[in-house]
Design a protein around this ligand. Structure first.
Ligand code: NAP
Length: 276
């Protein structure tokens, strides 16, 4: 088993995930895994880094597929006995002009952004080694979507005692409410992406709390962040930040020094903790 530190980035064949891997290849003292759901696109991205003189390793990971997540988990367990850095970056967003029915957009978006990310955490968090760093890429849209929720929903999402099971129930309820056409009446905003990212931010707050309760001595720091508005296939060419700039906050959180005890359980943008 290798004692080399290991970092894993999800959804890293392009966009912000690729830029995160690129930066980690330069700054992380260990093996960096570029993961992608499509092996062809993933290997191509690794080859692109190689041309720049950077070495990343490839492993397949489709966060929608539990078998794929578990295959990565087993690989990391066997080869490294765990992992040191996990960046949950993979995500999807329907374009504004997309005419797919809202209920379908809600189900598909939540499936990847919330449930897929949660499944990766469920399988990989127990493997994170002491002084490990976990970064869940959320969005400022989670904050604005929170503001668009009814007061009772806002209270639940801001609660310091909400459990993961309660959060999962709420995310499922949003999808069900969109199918019944009652999501507005039930206090939800009109953004499936926003609700999925509320899920990611609140999940991060819960997971950080659980780490405090169960693994306090392990000094693991886990945060949610917004990369900013970044020129990628998701956000388009008018966005203000380059992918390298978008990678800055996630990379900062992934490389928090071993003597740091904060931020932890926070929502961070531009390397600054934001109120939730
Ligand atoms: P992007 O260019 O569209 O890249 C998304 C990445 O996620 C791609 O590599 C994609 O793979 C991957 N992905 C999607 N579904 C996946 C799955 N089921 N399993 C594994 N990988 C999957 O988007 P981006 O702008 O870089 O976004 C990266 C993250 O930042 C997302 O979580 C996004 O919500 C967040 N974010 C972005 C912005 C922005 O302005 N761009 C702002 C706030 C937050 P394929 O190539 O195979 O599709």
């Amino acid at each position: 088993m290798s004692s080399t530190p290991v970092a894993v980035v999800t959804g890293a064949n392009k966009g912000i995930g690729f830029a995160i891997v690129q930066a980690l290849c330069k700054q992380f003292p260990g093996d960096v895994y570029l993961t992608a759901r499509d092996p062809g696109r993933g290997q191509e991205a690794v080859a692109k880094l190689q041309q720049e003189g950077l070495q990343a390793f490839f492993h397949q990971l489709d966060i929608d597929d539990l078998q794929s997540i578990r295959a990565l988990r087993d690989f990391l367990k066997e080869k490294y006995g765990g992992l040191n850095v996990l960046v949950n970056n993979a995500g999807i967003a329907f374009k504004v002009q997309d005419t797919t029915p809202f209920a379908v957009q809600a189900e598909v978006t939540l499936k990847t952004n919330f449930f897929g990310t949660r499944n990766v955490c469920t399988e990989l968090l127990p493997l994170v080694k002491p002084y490990g760093r976990v970064v869940n890429v959320s969005s400022m849209v989670s904050s604005s979507a929170l503001g668009g929720c009814s007061q009772p929903l806002q209270q639940k999402f801001r609660s310091d005692t909400i459990t993961e099971e309660e959060l999962v129930q709420l995310m499922n309820k949003f999808v069900e409410d969109t199918k019944k056409g009652v999501h507005n009446k039930e206090g939800w905003p009109n953004t499936a992406y926003g609700v999925s990212k509320i899920g990611v931010t609140v999940l991060s707050r819960i997971q950080a709390r659980m780490l405090n309760e169960k693994r306090k001595g392990d000094h693991i720091l886990l945060n949610a962040c917004c990369p900013g508005w970044v020129r990628t296939d998701m956000a388009g060419p008018k966005a203000t930040k380059s992918p390298d700039e978008g990678a800055e906050t996630p990379v900062y959180l992934a490389l928090l020094p071993s003597d740091a005890d904060a931020p932890h359980g926070q929502f961070v943008s531009n390397k600054t903790v934001r109120p939730w």
